[in-house]
Design a binder for this molecule. Structure first.
Ligand code: AMP
Length: 433
């Protein structure tokens, strides 16, 4: 038997019946992001592995466990090393910063506002809402003048605005601050000292995190670890007065924008590059994989990657999760509005030329390209959910007309067409649309 192929684990086909949802989200997001002054950037889907390791941190879960590396050996005619050292992008901040530096964007404007929409890749154990190829809508605001609580508030509010504009309501925003790099070091020390007596009680991952990057223990989902960390009551003790003031200004600005949020001192983001504001948006309706998106400030990343000393802030929203959360509210519109049925060979030819005319008029339409029973075709038209069916048979050809069935009202009428003049029919089909 011939082998058949299934979609690779952790990926999915977006079929036509669903692609319109994706298209709508992308269109809506693009429009809104443009309104806030963001312009699209498209970077390659793979980059040097080192870029991700240096930006996200060698000890981050993504770099440690989830990177999808390209084969070390390239095609036969290329040198073996050509593809080695490259990885599919697990997220896009590092790549956008790489592009910012590589293309010298800092010379062109003082604040560069970029957005992207595209696939990301992580070698995860697939489950609902957790895929190996998933899609993100993200923004990055980069430039020397971006360390401003107003911009932090704007970026956070924008992430909320994107979700709201897509029709989501039940999500929650949590924010926190990690403070400056100095504060983050202080935070690390406090946590290290506090956790030391509890190390044997931590889960295996957290014992390793304790050694490599203790802040990540705050991310742990294990009940035991969570209780220990909560018991330490670290709060915001690590923050300098300046950082406290900065965070206060961010929350004040969010209040002035009417954005609802909760301050969560436990919220840290698992990547090394974050400083100051970090935030996460979750939707309880999604179950265990409830994060819709996340973001934060990363003032040191650009210079760490060899660029100028500029500040930056951004976020990424997961499109699959957005679609899951929207699923209940979404309705599938018909793929086309009009379906034409020809009942014999000459009628089929007439149907074909009418199809062409309607499409040129911008009326979405389709037809049966071969002769099958009327019953079958009507069943098919019903299934597609079309608004109208046009029937052409011997009688219609003789009388120079078509039969137009209104599928919503259940009515039908004959409409005269003389030769190639379909005006009356076109008017009928565009009425009320
Ligand atoms: P992260 O960079 O991990 O915070 O990801 C930002 C957002 O992307 C998350 O909040 C999710 O909505 C989405 N996301 C991350 N990883 C996955 C995945 N493996 N599958 C589906 N969506 C994901």
């Amino acid at each position: 038997m011939t082998k058949t192929f299934s979609v690779p684990r952790g990926t999915s086909d977006i079929l036509p019946a669903h692609a319109h949802v994706w298209e709508k989200i992308e269109r809506q997001a693009r429009r809104l992001l443009n309104t806030y002054g963001y312009r699209e950037i498209r970077t390659p889907i793979f980059e040097e592995t080192e870029l991700f390791a240096r930006s996200m941190g060698q000890t981050s879960d993504i770099v440690q466990k989830q990177m999808l590396h390209l084969a070390a050996q390239g095609p036969k005619d290329s040198p073996p090393s050509q593809l080695s050292g490259l990885s599919l992008r697990p997220e896009n901040t590092a790549a956008v910063v790489r592009a910012y530096i590589h293309n010298d964007l800092s010379r062109k404007e003082s604040l560069t506002k970029l957005f992207y929409i595209g696939p990301m890749f992580r070698g995860e154990r697939p489950q609902k809402g957790r895929l190996r190829q998933f899609h993100q809508i993200g923004v990055e605001a980069i430039g020397p003048g971006t360390l401003s609580p107003l911009l932090d508030a704007e970026v956070i509010a924008l992430s909320v605005h994107v979700l709201e504009s897509l029709g989501l309501k039940g999500f929650q925003l949590k924010i926190n601050t990690l403070g400056s790099l100095e504060d983050k070091k202080h935070f690390t020390q406090l946590l290290h000292k506090g956790l030391k007596p509890y190390v044997p009680e931590l889960c295996e991952d957290c014992r390793e995190r304790f050694e490599r990057n203790v802040l990540r223990t705050l991310d742990c989902k294990q009940k035991g670890c969570r209780e220990i960390v909560q018991g330490l009551n670290v709060g915001h003790r690590y923050l300098s007065p300046e950082s406290q003031k900065y965070f206060h200004q961010v929350t004040e600005a969010l209040d002035s924008l009417g954005v609802q949020y909760e301050v969560s001192v436990k919220l840290v983001r698992g990547l090394d590059y974050y400083t100051h504001a970090v935030f996460e948006i979750s939707d309880p309706s999604l179950g265990s994989q409830d994060a819709l998106g996340a973001g934060g400030r990363y003032d040191n990343l650009v210079s760490q990657l060899g660029g100028p000393p500029v500040d930056a802030i951004g976020f990424a929203l997961g499109m699959e999760r957005i679609i899951l959360a929207l699923a209940q509210e979404e309705q599938t519109p018909p793929s086309v509005n009009v379906y034409i049925i020809g009942m014999d060979e000459p009628s089929l030819k007439k149907a074909f030329s009418l199809l062409n005319v309607l499409r040129r008029e911008g009326i979405s339409s389709d037809m049966s390209y071969r002769l099958t029973s009327l019953k079958n075709q009507m069943r098919w038209a019903n299934k597609m959910g079309v608004r109208a069916v046009i029937l052409i048979g011997e009688d219609e050809l003789k009388r120079q007309c078509v039969t137009l069935k209104d599928m919503e009202k259940g009515s039908q009428e004959q409409i005269s067409i003389t030769g190639d003049d379909y005006q009356l029919l076109k008017d009928k089909l565009t009425q009320g649309s």
